[in-house]
Design a protein around this ligand. Sequence first.
Ligand code: FES
Length: 160
Amino acid sequence: MSDILDEIIKRNINVHRDSLLPLLQEIQNELGYLSDESINRIGQLTGMPTSKIYGVATFYDQFRFNPKGRFHIRVCHGTACHVNESMNIIRELERILKIKQGQTTRDGMYSLEVVNCMGACAVAPVMNINGKYMPAAEVNKIKDIIEGFVSNSSVYENCQ
Ligand code: FES
């Protein structure tokens, strides 16, 4: 893993604060998140303080600091979803999964991410599990939606 990391960082070795974003994005695309190891390695190879790297990374919502769960749940909080009460969906998911947005459950099963506009505003509020859209999500059906998705995934995986 650190070979891939080093290769990405070395490709962007002339990085400075303003151009840190593409490097962080490339690492996240490769690893799925920004690990402590990756932030420390950027610091070692570029001479940039890790506090500065974390400062840039935490400023943007697009970066994750935990690996994704087996079931990665994204909830839109863009304008159309916000006015259709997507915050209630986020709170319900945090309650059910016992994690906050940006976190992954301890067993690695679920992760929760809040994003801006998923391009399906007409059917807001929208959530998405492992890339499958759940339009017009209703708070009182969230638990059923997750359980249904998980049990269908198990059936599918058992057929492999
Ligand atoms: S604002 Fe949520 S899909 Fe566009």
